[in-house]
Design a protein around this ligand. Sequence first.
Ligand SMILES: [Zn+2]
Length: 293
Amino acid sequence: MVDWKRIVYVAVVFLCCSFIVLLPFTFGNLMWFIVNLPWIILFGLVVSAFSCFVLAPCFIKTSKASNVPHEFIQVLEDVSLRAGLKKAPKLRVVNSPEVNAIAYSSIFGSRVAITSGLIEQYTLGKLSIDDVKAIFAHEISHIKSFHPFKGAIATSIVSVTDVFSSLLIVAGPLIIAEGYRRESFLVTLMGLCCLGFGGILKILSKVASIISFHYLRSLEYEADADGAKIVTREQMASMLKKIEEINRGITSQTKLFMPEKWTVPTKNRSWFERLFDTHPPTEKRIRKLLESI
Ligand SMILES: [Zn+2]
């Protein structure tokens, strides 16, 4: 059944973010925004589809799941079946010592990637098969509810603006230098405009990203709750706690493009830093999971 509440939610997030980043073009003119809405939505959908199905799978460096314990494949198939998916997503591995997993989409279908650290901790007996099942239940819930695409819709226009503003900020001083060299006031002025406009767009993209990151965090609560219907709330909460504890002792040297951070540090983070977290703190996720029992 189509959950209209969730669709309206992502649509509102997209529209709010678009309205904010387009302010320098619209000067706050709501009518202009409404008239051009079909184009804005079309642009957003194209960028989201490209970022979700093409860019993300290219950036997530995975390898084939050849050294994965056989029972993982079985558990993934069971969980997918229980979630109502017709086919289990392909399992991939990311080389990293931390315990982490991510669900993503590609043009060839959905994927679940787990880290080599997760496999290692299971082999060492620090994670049980029930924990692995809870991890898969969370990831499968992301896929079942189209979270990779919804996440892309919420972040796409903000990311495009962020990249565009960075280009302007880099190009501005270069044009100014060229203006000085040519002793051309017009070229220097163009450079200053580039720099100023880039700065404004950068600030607006950061403001809009507060909304899109808030939305991404809401998807985590959703996947926790939906996943808990496949396993149990206690099982999901216990797995979250275990991963947090294990990852606290691991410092990964590998720089990963893996937005699915199971372990956002919960302590010593200012309210400002928390605005840009992709995941809620584990203790809050556990509290939310258990309070509805
Ligand atoms: Zn997640």
